[in-house]
Design a protein around this ligand. Structure first.
Ligand code: T5A
Length: 211
């Protein structure tokens, strides 16, 4: 039987460097001959990417907070069933750009929906699946938003207020406080090379004897 792969998620506010650093870690793992699958949320399957597009596009009709939350979990269910679980079972490491901690931060804290409904949905949809390690890239909301704005037009969620993103950041930090063994905070407003050294340090510390 194949050894189950590791599930690593990248989290943080807008533009903190999740995609940049996920790609960096993917290349590092490939160099070390570790099979790796890269994905993102919302998204990761054909149907889940359609849901992503529904969620991030600006519409005339506003999306209710409840609909937003349910769509996140609908996409997640597809993603887990069709991508994450099969890859882990095959022995690949899965690197995912955002997962359920984003729901606690954005919908729970940002939209003020609170944690209890999310906890129920997490249990219902994930049936025990949680990341082995979550790298939380933390920086003041202004820093990431500035980087995101430099990239071009903002999507529906990026267009939220600074106070929304302040709540999101506090939501993430609360998650890290609740689960310190899984969620590791890395300062995202330091030079990229230092962020990446911290990430490699974490990976070595976590998985050195496991693969
Ligand atoms: N969402 C998602 C929810 O509301 N609930 C949920 O449950 C889930 C799963 C998804 C949106 O959906 C929401 C959250 C989001 O609003 P997304 O594309 O995943 O959208 O999220 P974004 O944060 O918008 O992704 P970005 O691509 O904008 O940001 P990244 O990936 O964090 O940043 P990255 O790597 O693209 O870097 C941005 C720029 O900064 C530079 C990079 O070179 C790049 O130019 N950079 C640095 N510059 C200087 N110093 C550093 N240390 C740097 N690190 C990166």
């Amino acid at each position: 039987m194949k050894l189950r792969g590791k599930f690593i998620t990248f989290e943080g506010g807008e533009g903190v460097g999740k995609t940049t650093n996920l790609t960096f870690l993917r290349d590092y793992l490939i160099q070390h001959h570790i099979p790796v699958v890269v994905s993102r949320e919302p998204g990761g399957t054909q149907l889940a990417e359609k849901i992503r597009s529904l969620l991030l596009t600006k519409h005339k009709e506003s999306i209710t907070e409840q609909a937003e939350l349910l769509l996140m979990f609908a996409a997640r269910s597809q993603h887990i069933r069709h991508v994450i679980e099969p890859a882990l079972a095959e022995g690949s490491w899965v690197l995912c750009d955002r997962f359920t901690d984003a729901t606690y931060a954005y919908q729970g804290a940002g939209r003020n929906l609170g944690a209890s409904t999310i906890q129920w949905l997490e249990h219902f949809v994930q049936q025990g699946l949680t990341p082995d390690l979550t790298i939380l890239l933390d920086a003041p909301a202004e820093t990431g938003l500035k980087r995101a704005k430099q990239r071009g037009e903002l999507d529906r969620i990026e267009d939220e207020t600074l106070s929304f993103f302040g709540r999101v950041r506090r939501g993430y930090l609360l998650q890290a406080e609740l689960e310190p063994a899984r969620i590791k905070i890395i300062k995202a407003d330091q030079p990229l090379v230092d962020v990446q050294n911290d990430i490699i340090g974490l990976i070595k510390h976590f998985f050195v004897n496991e693969h």
